[in-house]
Design a protein around this ligand. Structure first.
Ligand code: UDP
Ligand code: MN
Length: 303
């Protein structure tokens, strides 16, 4: 009797195992939550097919970030990646201010867990002076890459570009707002221009002026973090770039926007420019007063 039961059990065992395996495969195909981390880190088997992915229809957000070597660089990039990783269809264009790609940033990009293009271009020495605009060459390198990538496509995929400095603070809501940019969209920026915030002044859904504490006479009195441009506009104005020549300090944004749009055309975001969703935070210079002149530790640690 016992041996009969045992042989029955042995017969059934493979079938039970098959059922368990099938159930397990099925549960791993469950739809993904909207804000789940995306990008390179998720195994291919767990991804829904592109047609079923709700994010497939979304315009890609291209974030151009100039960055340069300093003690806080990796900390800044880590904060930024932690934000960007939560945004669907975001492509990070990281441009190093350097003659070559650094090992630190290359390693960082490889483990960042989001789609990323790593470029580099050095700022000429004569432009590395206080009072001169920063990161002009790096933003232009990002623009050139974007244009080159879409050059041969008759109908470029929908996309939105914005300039994301590595030390600012970005809310996730900002990305929802900029995603619907048709040409050029604008919004307030916190902690900038010597005020709590600066913002475009909006009347009847149109930008009619600027609330700013500094040079209100600028045609577009706005910070780099305060606008986004559709990919279509970037491609249809192939010569629009950030200029060194003739550009006064603090006029970079205005000079660039003048080449691609008019104030009347601007699309106000963030509840008619009444909400701050990005902050022009600046990291204080670190105190390395006690750092030894020569390497004293027994290990070499990247910070
Ligand atoms: N940056 C750069 N090279 C430099 C100085 C700055 O690539 O020599 C980058 C920096 O990492 C940041 C952006 O340019 O992403 C703006 O620089 P910063 O934050 O110093 O400017 P501010 O906050 O004064 O506008
Ligand atoms: Mn900054």
């Amino acid at each position: 009797m016992k041996s009969l039961l045992f042989s029955r059990f042995l017969l059934l065992l493979p079938w039970v195992l098959i059922v368990i395996i099938v159930l397990d495969i099925d549960s791993s195909r469950a739809p993904l939550p909207a804000l789940a981390p995306r990008g390179g880190s998720r195994p291919a088997a767990a991804r829904a097919p592109p047609s079923r992915r709700p994010e497939a229809a979304l315009p890609t957000i291209y974030a151009i970030t100039p960055t340069y070597s300093r003690p806080v660089q990796k900390a800044e990039l880590t904060r930024l990646a932690n934000t960007f990783r939560q945004v669907a269809r975001l492509h990070w264009i990281l441009v190093e201010d350097a003659a070559a790609r650094s090992e630190l940033v290359s390693r960082f990009v490889a483990g960042a867990g989001l789609p990323c293009t790593h470029l580099h271009v050095p700022t000429p020495r004569r432009y590395k002076r206080p009072g001169l605009p920063r990161a002009t060459e790096q933003r232009n390198a990002g623009l050139a890459w974007l244009r080159q990538r879409h050059q041969h496509l008759p109908l470029p995929q929908p996309g939105v570009l914005f300039f994301a400095d590595d030390d600012n603070t970005y809310s996730l809501e900002l990305f929802q707002e900029m995603r619907t940019t048709r040409k050029v969209s604008v919004w307030p920026v916190g902690l900038v221009g010597g005020r709590r915030y600066e913002r475009p002044v909006v009347e009847n859904g149109k930008v009619v002026g600027w609330y700013t504490g500094w040079r209100a006479d600028r045609p577009f009195a706005i910070d780099m973090a305060g606008f986004a441009v559709s990919l279509q506009v970037i491609l249809s104005h192939p010569k629009a770039v950030f200029k060194r020549r003739g550009s006064q300090p603090g006029m970079q944004e205005s000079d660039f926007l003048k080449q691609i749009t008019t104030v009347e055309e601007l699309e106000p975001k963030a509840n008619n420019c009444t909400k701050v969703l990005v902050w022009h935070t600046r990291t204080e210079k670190v105190n390395l007063a006690n750092e030894p002149k020569y390497h004293l530790d027994t290990v070499n640690i990247e910070i």
